[in-house]
Design a protein around this ligand. Sequence first.
Ligand SMILES: [Zn+2]
Ligand SMILES: [Zn+2]
Length: 339
Amino acid sequence: MPKMRAAQIARPNGPFEIVEREIPQPAAGWVRIKVQACGVCHSDSLVKEGHWPGLHYPRVPGHEVVGVVDAVGPGVSQWGPGQRVGVGWHGGHCGHCDACRNGDFFGCHVALQITGISFDGGYSDYMIAPAIALALVPEALPPVEAAPLMCAGITTYNALRKSNARPGDVVAVLGLGGLGHLGTQYAAKMGFKTVAIARGTDKEPLARKLGAHHYIDSQAQDPAAELQKLGGATVILATVTNGDAMSAVQGGLGINGTLVVIGAAESLQISPLVLISGRRSVKGWYSGTAIDSQDTLRFSVLSGVRSMSEVYPLEKVGEAYERMMSGKARFRVVLTTGS
Ligand SMILES: [Zn+2]
Ligand SMILES: [Zn+2]
């Protein structure tokens, strides 16, 4: 049997182990992908550190996968060998529960599947995924550029396009890390008056380069007051994981403004008076499904939005993961298989 390399976690808080496994066969409705690149996302720490209830080990993480269809299981007619595809966080749903019937596939309560958690992900030479989880990757996007768009990209792009902001509205992006550097680009390319908020003056040139029309240094200025000077934000996209930083911007929301939370902070303080007096709201956003990923990739090609990434070969997975967790990566970390 032909073999492949896979980077697995054998137990909670265990190290990454590069193991040799048999190349898996796709079952009915599933597709095998020869992986070219896979992004390293902060959510992979759920597998590494054992924070996902009921997760079965050993598990191969990775939900920012880009590669080529290699084989398809019985009953798969929409995909065939040679197609360039990506797989993101949303790995599948049942299609017939009440949530699915409402189109809220992320809320499927019968067969919700998450890539790299419910089944093995992309830290591997090959992986198998449900056909429903695949997005077509445009020719113009090389694997390393496409991979981070499968989670960081779709999450920011989809949150912004499904928000109530319209072209010309003030949209602020809080944080200029892996998510924020993409969110700033998408906001600017979607035609919003884009405000980047980060700590320190040194980030301003980067924010401007990414398309921000305004920059707020949250260490030197009160971001809420600065946003109000611009008329108040229709949307503040909170990409940071610091709850205090999120709480500090709520006063910058305009009338009917929304604080859209995509950073997994532990807690967040919101003033009911701020909400009531301006009919403001706070909402979370889940990344999206395969078609949302496909739209994200197409829009990125159309508009020139790209991730800035640091690239590591699969065998250096431990180093790559530490780099991502350090928060010092500029800005996403991507593994490559050499394929
Ligand atoms: Zn992710
Ligand atoms: Zn369902």
